[in-house]
Design a protein around this ligand. Structure first.
Ligand code: LLP
Length: 427
């Protein structure tokens, strides 16, 4: 038995890896590879498990983690709001059926056009700088609107995350320093077009301990204490960052453990202050990562410096290992119950040495034509893929009730040309 089976989600039957009851080897044959396969049941379960640990808390799904409209529609049905980092993410979230008042626009470098778009759409805005506050006030008051805002705080908390995934350190580009918070809320209170009603932070991603969240919650409540005398605070947003066990067997906190670290701090401080704002959270990875496997076909197996398995997906399809040295479990989907036979490094078809998906893994004997599945590919997977080296982006499939549905077509050569214009003189 594969050591990381999850009943009803990832299982091995007849030697093949199944996702949501569907044979991944059959999916690879039917839809081609590379292929992202997402299990709707697991997506709903993840959302419900997380939400159940945080009663009364509004969840704003971090839309950047998975931009498939179908995934967002399913989460909208479950009651999620959205953390949208750009106008494009606002557009998609609304199309997915998330009401504007449950969307928080959280970009750190918003254009005036994006702000106008958010004002017209009626979303809330997390304001990341003084310049942005002034621009938003002008844009909203010119449109005769009043936008509900919060400020993104730089809480100066070490999330103990990968350096590229830490966003709440003092030197981070995000948010407003704590010592400027009181004065900026006072200024915002008196400006037209904006109504400060919330306060926001996000300390990082793939965080594996509860301590940084408790610390951030405490620091946010220190600020709440300083502003609640003159701001009618409706919400406190602690952001996302809840890590998952990419390496199976690794221990990560459960939603209940995250909740046990965060909620008592929030509740106790609110009680002392005699206020009752809503708590908002913005999980991305926790909700979508383990819903999805990436299927790739083996093109070559070669013994040279390492024992290389070269597949048809590389960092053009899943950039996480190249960008953050991330670990994703690799399973030979058509030999999923075979014993490990050798140590392999799984690489992609990109012209760079950094194009490595999995290093030194013990796998069954791998042959050309085998299907390798990389697990936990649903967060920051397809949405960070590219057409580098002239490879059209791959397809996405949703499994539901033992059936598969195509939810994103594989790109074609035409898509490589999309929006390119050849001047007449060069025709
Ligand atoms: N809220 C805000 C404002 C964010 O910027 C993010 C993620 C989240 C929430 C969701 O964080 P999560 O719960 O997913 O950890 N591409 C990287 C992750 C970058 C995260 C960026 N911000 C990766 O593949 O690991």
């Amino acid at each position: 038995m594969m050591p990381f089976e999850i009943p009803g989600h990832l299982e091995v039957k007849n030697g093949h890896l199944h996702v949501g009851g569907v044979d991944t080897v059959r999916l690879a044959a039917e839809y081609g590879t590379p292929l992202y396969v997402t299990n709707e049941g697991r997506l709903r379960e993840n959302y419900r498990r997380f939400a159940a640990a945080f009663p009364g808390v509004q969840i704003f799904f971090a839309a950047k983690s998975n931009n498939n409209i179908v995934v967002q529609k399913i989460l909208a049905q479950e009651g999620a709001g959205a953390d949208a980092f750009s106008d494009g993410e606002i557009y998609l979230a609304r199309l997915a059926g998330i009401p504007a008042e449950k969307i928080l626009f959280t970009g750190n470098s918003k254009t005036d056009a994006e702000l106008r778009y958010a004002v017209d759409a009626g979303t809330m805005v997390s304001v990341d700088s003084h310049d942005e506050l002034i621009a938003l006030s002008k844009i909203a008051s010119a449109a005769g609107r009043e936008v509900r805002i919060g400020f993104r705080v730089n809480p100066d908390v070490d999330a103990k995350a990968h350096p590229k995934l830490a966003t709440g350190l003092k030197k981070s580009k995000f948010g407003i320093p704590r010592e400027q918070i009181v004065s900026i809320y006072k200024e915002a209170r008196d400006l037209p077009g904006v109504k400060p009603v919330g306060i926001h932070c996000h300390i990082g991603s793939q965080i594996l301990e509860t301590g940084p969240f408790a610390e951030a919650m405490g620091k946010m409540m220190d600020l709440v204490e300083q502003i609640c005398g003159f701001i009618d605070l409706e919400w406190v947003d602690l952001g996302g960052g809840y890590g998952i066990p990419y390496q199976k067997g690794a221990k990560t906190p459960t939603p209940q453990e995250w909740a046990d670290a965060i909620l008592p701090v929030f509740d106790e401080r609110c009680r002392k202050l005699g206020i009752r704002p809503e708590l908002h959270l913005e999980p991305g990875r926790y909700i979508v990562a383990d819903t999805t496997v990436l299927l790739m076909q083996v093109n070559t197996v070669k013994r040279s410096g390492s024992n290389f398995v070269a597949t048809d997906a590389g960092f053009n399809t899943l950039i996480r290992p190249a960008m953050y040295d991330s670990y994703h479990e690799a399973v030979v989907a058509n030999k999923a119950d075979a014993a490990p036979a050798d140590t392999y490094t799984v690489v992609g078809p990109v012209c760079e040495s950094g194009d490595i998906l999995a290093t030194d893994r013990k796998l069954p004997a791998v042959r050309k034509g085998d299907i390798v599945a990389l697990l936990d590919a649903g967060a920051y997977g397809f949405c960070m893929s590219s057409q580098y080296v002239g490879r059209p982006r791959c397809a996405e499939v949703l499994v539901h009730d033992g059936q598969a549905e195509l939810i994103r077509k594989r790109e074609t050569y035409d898509d490589l040309l999309q929006n390119q214009i050849v001047p007449g003189r060069l025709l």
